[in-house]
Structure formats: C-alpha cells, structure tokens
Design a protein around this ligand. Structure first.
Ligand SMILES: Cc1cc2nc3c(=O)[nH]c(=O)nc-3n(C[C@H](O)[C@H](O)[C@H](O)COP(=O)(O)OP(=O)(O)OC[C@H]3O[C@@H](n4cnc5c(N)ncnc54)[C@H](O)[C@@H]3O)c2cc1C
Length: 247
C-alpha cells in the first residue's frame, strides 16, 4: 500500500549561544567551543579536505586528515562539539547520572544502606553540575586545540557555491574534497496546536533551571525514554507519547 506523503516538518529556531540565566559555565563553554574573539584564519586554499560541521564526526575526520598531513578546514556554524557535547550525549548522560542517584537513594534500604528519610531533590544543582561538566569536556574539542592540531577553524554558515567552493558568511573556501558532517536537528512534528502551546526540544530542554511540574515527552525512542525516566526520577510527572501510527 502506498503511504501518503509526510507533511513537511519545520526545524525549530536555534537557541541563542548562551542563555542569560544559566550561570558562568555556559559562558565558559562558548569561550572554548566558539570563542567570541575568534578570527577566521587566512584560507590556505585549495584545502585537501573541507569539513562542514564540528560535531563528533567532523572533528574526528578533520583531526585525522590533518594528522596525515592534509590541508584541512573545518566550518562550524554554531558550537564545536555539535549535538553530542551541547544538546545530546553529554548533557543527557550527566542528568541521567544525577537522577539515578536520587532513585538509588530512595531505594537505599533495599540494599541494606541507611539513607535520609526524606530525599530532597535539587534540580537546579543537578543542572548546574551538567553545565559544569559540559563546559569542562568542551576543552577537549576547543577551537584553539583544533587549530593547534593543524585544522583551520572557520565559524560561520557553510553553503556550496560550486563543485569546489563553499561560501562561509561571505568568504570563499576552495577544496578538493568536502565532507558534509552536518548531523541532524529535531523537527517539529505536525501536531495541531503544538507551535502555539510551546515546546522544548533537545536544544532547549537542557537550559531549564527549574524542574517542570509535569512533562509530556513525544517520542518513545531511546532518547525520549531516557529523558522521561530522568525527569520522572527528579520528581516531575512525566508522560511518554508513542507514535500511534505503526511504522
Ligand atoms: C538527547 C540526545 C542524547 C544522545 N545520547 C547519545 C548517546 O548517549 N550516545 C551516542 O552515541 N549518541 C547519542 N546521541 C546522538 C549523538 O548526539 C549524535 O549521533 C552525534 O552528535 C552525531 O554527530 P555528528 O557529528 O554527525 O552531528 P552533530 O553532532 O549534529 O554535528 C553537526 C554539526 O554541524 C553543524 N552544521 C550544520 N549545518 C552546518 C552548515 N551549513 N555550516 C556549518 N556547520 C553546520 C551543526 O551546527 C553541528 O555542530 C544523542 C542525541 C541526543 C539528541
């Protein structure tokens, strides 16, 4: 049976680089993952390899090629580290760790361990720990370190203008080979009322500083499940919604 075409999905707008109320760690993250005073280098064209996207894939490829002696440029439009560092693996796993500890504290008696009668959850503290760890890990893939490993780092939006050139915010970079490592972004599913109601995505949920009283997670894949479980363990009423249409 032919499936009807999917309605077009809209990507949400990128959040600002640093949220005003999330403390000093996000500023430190930006200082390494996108230094405010960074000047794009003078291009050494043509590049043997031009990498678009500074997530885990782009970083590994760029560093590897530079280590083999290639002339390499990497273009990132947002923050080095990509989803994994900024909106994915790192923040989610740090939060999961804190929430698991709360769950274990509540269950301590089962392990023959004495714990306080009342477990008080400090969500803001767990989020602050997440930001601290994220900014610390960002040093591994800092712009300065990447440049020191021989990669020319350009911040800006890459756009192909011909078969051997990209435009980066008005400047041209020529290349012999290009690697598109632009990853993925969450899309707004066509749920009536969603846009008007307001929503969080993986790009904004880690900016929370207060625990929401309740959270509806749309999507029952591993990421939706782990997020729902973590928030539930912090004491938030969570509800996970699976896609009703079988795939
Ligand atoms: C909540 C969550 C939890 C996750 N947990 C895990 C986990 O535990 N383990 C795991 O293995 N994976 C996990 N993932 C998946 C992991 O984050 C991704 O698989 C990984 O980040 C993909 O890396 P990438 O380099 O391909 O792309 P990305 O990390 O998405 O990086 C792509 C980069 O390209 C940049 N870019 C895009 N377009 C342009 C352009 N035109 N010009 C310049 N730059 C551009 C973007 O700004 C971005 O920085 C998780 C993801 C999420 C959302």
């Amino acid at each position: 049976m032919l499936r009807p075409p999917r309605p077009p999905l809209t990507p949400p707008v990128h959040p600002p680089l640093v949220q005003p109320d999330t403390g000093p760690h996000d500023q430190a993250l930006c200082d390494t993952a996108r230094p405010p005073d960074w000047r794009n280098p003078q291009p050494r064209e043509p590049y043997h390899l031009l990498v678009i996207g500074g997530g885990p894939a782009g970083l590994v490829a760029a560093r590897g090629a530079a280590a083999l002696g290639a002339r390499v440029a990497l273009v990132e439009r947002h923050l080095l580290g990509g989803d994994c560092l900024n909106y994915g693996c790192v923040p989610s796993k740090t939060l999961i760790r804190s929430s698991r500890l709360y769950a274990e504290m509540r269950n301590a008696a089962n392990f023959g361990v004495l714990a306080a009668d009342e477990i008080h959850v400090d969500f803001a503290l767990a989020m602050e720990r997440m930001r601290r760890i994220r900014s610390r890990i960002s040093r591994v893939d800092s712009a300065a370190r990447l440049a020191a490993s021989g990669v020319d780092v350009f911040f800006g939006n890459a756009r192909f203008t011909s078969g051997d050139a990209v435009d980066v915010d008005g400047g041209r970079l020529r290349f012999k080979k290009a690697l598109i490592a632009t990853g993925s972004r969450s899309m707004l599913p066509p749920i009536p009322g969603l846009a008007e109601t307001g929503y969080l995505t993986n790009e904004t949920v880690f900016d929370l500083t207060e625990l929401p009283a309740s959270l509806l997670v749309i999507g029952g894949g591993p990421l939706g499940c782990e997020l729902a479980q973590a928030f539930c363990r912090f004491g938030c009423r969570t509800c996970r919604r699976r896609n009703a249409t079988p795939r």
